[in-house]
Design a protein around this ligand. Structure first.
Ligand code: NAD
Length: 179
């Protein structure tokens, strides 16, 4: 029987518990999920501190940690392109065929909708706290960010001195304001 494949694309800066919940929920509805690591070309910026490779490791280990069948997902880094109107074609070129798109991002939803895809809006879990913005803010302020992410994200951030990287990026970006 033909498999139903869905896709979820996110920057995942960093991978957090909301991403894992939505992946689990999606896998109740489709046979396989393609997880696109968005803005793959970006790293070492305050809003995008982690490389695509670092985000792949966080996600892969977090899915293992959550006992998600490794045969049910594909993790694919995806670079941005300058042209929104052809982004969907770019995504299709980089991924296995899919028919359902999961996203809470209005631009992503609009672009796929216009290309005729079924777009589903997954439920948001504790969006006040489960967001990359909130986690990066807590890292900068030495607050408890660890409670919002899987152990795998904590392990990668520790391995790469991720909090120190973020703090150094904040100093650099503030100092550039004077240029
Ligand atoms: P994100 O990591 O903020 O979120 C990704 C998805 O995860 C969301 O759509 C949502 O479904 C889910 N999610 C996040 N927090 C959640 C929570 N608390 N509970 C449940 N689910 C939650 O990433 P994003 O910013 O939406 O990523 C979109 C990517 O697509 C970006 O990398 C963007 O650059 C890319 N994009 C590129 C182009 C282009 O290149 N022209 C165009 C459109 C989008």
């Amino acid at each position: 029987m033909e498999k139903i494949r869905g896709i979820l694309i996110g920057r995942m800066q960093p991978v957090h518990n909301g991403h894992i919940e939505v992946i689990k929920k999606t896998l109740e509805e489709v046979d396989e999920i393609i997880i696109g690591i968005g803005s793959a070309q970006k790293s070492h910026e305050l809003k995008d501190p982690f490389t695509a490779g670092e985000r792949v490791v966080m996600l892969n280990h977090a899915l293992i940690e959550n006992n998600i069948d490794s045969g049910s997902y594909y993790i694919i880094p995806m670079e941005d392109i300058n042209f929104n109107a052809i982004w969907v074609a770019h995504v299709k070129m980089m991924t296995p065929p899919f028919s359902v798109v999961y996203s809470g991002n209005s631009l992503v939803k609009q672009l796929f909708y216009e290309e005729g895809f079924e777009v589903r809006n997954p439920p948001l879990y504790d969006r006040m706290n489960l967001s990359g913005t909130e986690i990066r803010k807590r890292m900068l302020k030495d607050e408890n960010w660890q409670e919002l992410v899987p152990q795998a994200t904590i392990d990668v951030i520790k391995e790469i001195n991720g909090v120190e990287r973020l703090k150094n990026l904040a100093i650099k970006e503030i100092s550039e304001l004077g240029d």
